[in-house]
Design a protein around this ligand. Structure first.
Ligand code: THU
Length: 128
């Protein structure tokens, strides 16, 4: 990804973060996923009074893309609302590893951008 493309993806993640529904944690997260063809899908975290049903931003973006039939992904940007890097949770890592194994993951904060591969974040993922 070119620096300008990464910047654009981070901006989309920041925009999605604004729509987060977080009455319980007050912790906003936004994610934006770009396909090999350059289409983007953004997601935010959505919390629910039945707390275990809360949904992460990364999986929201991934599910949006998968339900549109997308299969090949290039990169994802993730931003939180507290100025720190937001590392994807274990469930998101497992799903990204299965559906987007070649993804570059860019974690953005006011301090800068860090890049990770999926296998760096989740080595030895569960598979059958
Ligand atoms: N969350 C995400 O959306 N992505 C992550 O990678 C970690 C956590 C959400 C879940 C919950 O809504 C809030 O952030 C943390 O309590």
């Amino acid at each position: 990804m070119l620096p300008s493309e990464i910047e654009r993806l981070v901006k989309e993640a920041e925009k999605a973060r604004d729509t987060a529904i977080v009455p319980y944690s007050r912790f906003r997260v936004g994610a934006a996923l770009i396909t090999i063809d350059g289409k983007t899908y953004a997601g935010c975290n959505i919390e629910n009074i039945s707390l275990m049903l809360s949904f992460c931003a990364e999986r929201a973006a991934l599910i949006k893309a998968l339900t549109e039939g997308e299969k090949r992904f290039r990169a994802m940007a993730v931003v939180s609302g507290d100025g720190r890097y937001c590392f994807p949770c274990g469930s998101c890592r497992q799903m990204l590893a299965e559906f987007a194994p070649g993804l570059d993951i860019y974690l953005a904060s006011p301090k800068g951008i860090k890049k990770f591969s999926v296998s760096e974040l989740l080595p030895h993922r569960f598979q059958k």
